[in-house]
Ligand binder design. Structure first.
Ligand code: COA
Length: 470
């Protein structure tokens, strides 16, 4: 058991309890049978929004929507939350097996190395990021990472980076060091030593392959944290190689070393959001990759798709909705009018799950545990529980609508003081490992995605010149 898990056994206990309850309800259906290798072409019934369509074969992960279970590379996500870490899960998703100790050390070092993204942040900071939507900034940053870590635009890139870091270093305002922290603020002028620079001829890579995955897993976390700081009119903070991914994310956002509890909640949340079948953002990434574009463009497309309120953007909308409801007494009235107006209730429903989302099963007790320490959040948690009851009683029975991953994550993040515009970027920090794993897997036997539309328009229209049109 690693040190973090030892210090946060009570959180492990909450996860195991949630897992035990979930399994009691769902295991009666028996185990799984692997489908084995697919023989193409396959027949399937396709509904609107590609419902039911089979786009590819994958060994990365499996969502059982009837049972309400989630598997990464054969491992139940409940066990991964209880015993693993986000870094280990990222390795598992990318390479298909749990790492040995030495493989894990190398992997962690790579990710942590790529968390240093000075050129990307310098470019980001040349835009008015404080007035950008955080996901828009993150998406733009994915393309700047492409310039920092690949040789795709090499001629332009080389001269730019030298100019940016070299000539301007003295003009970068330095912020006072956060209390208790030394060397915390990003040093844009820090020169890489010769040995690192030599090793790093490998740093200027094609924008595909495992290095691009490492740079995106590391870089998206640093960018998300930096975007939060810039939006709050602070300077970005350098990552600390001695910290875990989750701790670094929190540290780079706040300037404070997180407590083991804070680190663990973020770690569990990152594990839960890392992969989820052929969801919209994963599919968007894969479509882009299938054209033989590159990993940075693919992840940029994933970020763009994730932003929508029907997908990753729902977590922010949940908090808005709970604030709008305002009190437990108002829940029933609010819910009845939402049903009457056929409103989508944020944080509920799923294309695949027709049962309780296993990710919400873990996040709910964690949100409850952390909300207890804060009166405002415990009020919000009570509203959420009461709304869940109303929705499950009515829509659960009628339409199999249950809470999804986004319903409780916002309350949890708020307990850490994370502002709501950062909820979806944090989702992206995690999902980047699923996007990259699935893209790498698909590229082994790539075929460009190219579905068809059924044309329901007219034929034989006669062209009328503009001035004759009524
Ligand atoms: N609140 C109320 N009704 C909902 C609902 C919700 N959150 N989600 C689905 N429904 C209802 C629909 O109105 C529809 O009812 P109808 O058959 O009477 O018309 C039925 O359930 C099927 O919904 P549909 O929108 O076709 O499902 P989908 O598979 O296309 O959409 C989601 C899935 C996730 C986009 C949808 O459930 C949703 O919009 N949820 C809210 C946003 C959210 O939380 N997203 C995060 C997903 S992790």
């Amino acid at each position: 058991m690693n040190e973090l898990h030892q210090k946060t056994r009570h959180i492990t206990d909450l996860i195991l309890k949630a897992a035990c309850e979930a399994r009691k309800e769902t295991d009666a259906d028996g185990g799984y049978a692997s489908s084995g290798p697919v023989k193409w072409p396959v027949s399937c019934t396709v509904g609107p929004g590609l419902e039911g369509a089979i786009a590819c074969e994958s060994k990365v992960g499996y969502v059982n929507g009837i049972k309400g279970s989630l598997i990464y590379r054969g491992y139940d996500v409940f066990d991964l939350c209880a015993y693993s870490t986000f870094e280990e899960v990222s390795y598992l998703l990318l390479f298909g097996k749990l790492p040995t100790a030495s493989e894990f050390d190398i992997f962690k070092r790579e990710i942590s190395r790529y968390m240093a993204v000075p050129a990307t942040l310098r470019l980001l900071m040349s835009f008015p990021i404080e007035s950008f939507n955080a996901m828009a900034a993150l998406r733009m940053g994915a393309h700047f990472l492409r310039r920092e870590f690949s040789n795709v635009d090499r001629d332009d890139y080389k001269s730019d980076v030298e100019n940016v870091i070299g000539s301007d270093e003295d003009s970068i305002a330095m912020e006072t060091t956060p209390r208790g922290e030394k060397r915390a603020i990003y040093e844009f002028h820090e020169k890489r030593d010769k040995k690192e620079a030599a090793e790093d001829d490998g740093r200027y890579n094609p924008a595909t392959g495992y290095r691009s995955c490492y740079s995106l897993i590391g870089g998206v976390a640093s960018m998300a944290a930096a975007i939060k700081r810039i939006r709050e009119r602070h300077l970005p903070i350098e990552p600390r190689p001695d910290m875990s991914h989750a701790a670094n994310l929190l540290y780079m956002m706040t300037g404070k070393v997180p407590t083991p509890e804070e680190e663990r909640i973020v770690d569990v949340s990152l594990i839960l959001h890392a992969d989820h079948g052929m969801n919209a953002s994963t599919f968007a990434s894969m479509v882009v990759a299938s054209t033989m574009s590159d990993m940075y463009f693919s992840v940029g497309a994933g970020i763009a798709a994730l932003n929508g309120p029907l997908h990753g953007g729902a977590n922010e909308q949940v908090v808005n909705m709970l604030n709008e409801i305002g009190s437990v007494d108002n829940v029933k009235k609010w819910f009845d009018s939402a049903v009457a107006e056929k409103k989508k209730i944020m944080g509920f429903g799923h294309r695949v799950y027709k049962a309780y989302d296993p990710r919400a099963r873990v996040l709910m007790p964690l949100a409850e545990y952390f909300a207890k320490t804060n009166t405002r959040l415990s009020g919000m948690f009570d509203i959420a529980k009461s709304l869940e009851k109303e929705v499950v009683n009515k829509l659960g029975k009628e339409k199999k609508i249950f809470p999804n991953v986004d319903f409780y994550s916002g309350i949890l993040y708020q307990s850490l003081g994370i502002p709501k515009e950062m909820f979806t970027p944090i989702f992206a920090v995690s999902r980047v490992s699923g996007w990259t794993a699935r893209v790498m897997e698909y590229l082994e036997n790539n075929r460009i995605f190219r579905p068809r539309a059924i044309y329901s328009g007219t034929f034989d229209e006669k062209y009328i010149p503009l001035r004759e049109r009524k």
